[in-house]
Ligand binder design. Structure first.
Ligand code: UDP
Length: 254
């Protein structure tokens, strides 16, 4: 199953590179193989440097995809690997479309976002692809009592694909803690994807995304993110230091 996969490393964190992530995940669904998918970007990489539990979860994840432009540029220009960017939201969308075509009985669950956001996002997909089987949704803000109910619902429904949109690192830590509730499911941390599908927010226009400037659009839409976005220049500096250090260690051995 892992045949076509190449495992690379970005600042010590894994990134799996393969030709077709969604088909690989469809095979996992067919085989009932439980999988945790992490969508790695520069911001998450910097968070993992300061958050050991998050770093451990990323290390253990079954699939880490190159979600962000920073990660892809690192792999292309510092590691000289021909890697294509795979934004998490696009992988989730492709997976939903392929599930509807190839395995429409697959049970899907949306968890996260403000009140009714996951529900509206599910309705959006149900209208777009009528034969999709979304078996439940749950908002991401709730009491510990409701959390208990959510656990029971997941155990009872046993969805095969669970999208968790709680933001980083909450969603990664939540999945790692709770994935045993549905051991055969594909668990994907999807960040703010429900906000986009429900129409609460927009994605950056293609011309910005294609020029590695999606972060600039997010900053324009959500200026309060500026502090979190300091992680981007930090990532660039760390990336160069990491590569220079790695090179000098290598040349010392020559
Ligand atoms: N969120 C949530 N519960 C929380 C905190 C956040 O459901 O306790 C949701 C929030 O409503 C938003 C998503 O998590 O839909 C985070 O989106 P963001 O784009 O910030 O994700 P990130 O950039 O961290 O991937």
């Amino acid at each position: 199953m892992y045949k076509s996969e190449v495992k690379l490393s970005v600042l010590g964190l894994p990134v799996h590179v393969m030709g077709n992530y969604s088909q690989w995940l469809l095979t996992c669904i067919q085989k009932g193989k439980g999988v945790h998918v992490v969508t790695l970007n520069a911001e998450m990489t910097m968070q993992a440097e300061k958050n050991q539990p998050l770093a451990a979860v990323i290390q253990k994840a079954d699939l880490v995809i190159p979600d962000g432009a920073g990660v892809v540029l690192y792999l292309r220009y510092l590691l000289r690997q021909a890697v294509k960017r795979c934004p998490g939201i696009e992988l989730a969308e492709k997976l939903l479309q392929e599930i509807a075509q190839e395995q429409p009985d697959t049970k899907i669950f949306f968890y996260g976002g403000a009140t009714e956001v996951a529900e509206t996002a599910a309705q959006f997909w149900q209208d777009k692809i009528p034969n999709i089987n979304i078996v439940g949704t749950h908002s991401g803000y709730h009491s510990p009592e409701e959390e208990e109910i959510l656990h029971k619902t997941l155990v009872k429904l046993q969805p095969q694909v669970i999208f968790v949109g709680l933001g980083v690192p909450r969603q990664e830590l939540w999945i790692a803690k709770n994935r045993d509730l549905c051991p055969q499911a594909i668990w994907v941390g999807v960040g703010g994807s429900f906000d986009i599908w429900s129409g609460c927010k927009n994605r950056a226009p293609d011309w910005l995304a294609n020029n590695n400037l999606e972060w600039l659009y997010r900053l324009y839409q959500e200026p309060w993110r500026w502090r979190r976005m300091l992680a981007l220049p930090e990532f660039v500096i760390k990336a160069f230091i990491y590569r220079l250090t790695a090179k000098s260690i290598h040349s010392a051995g020559c």
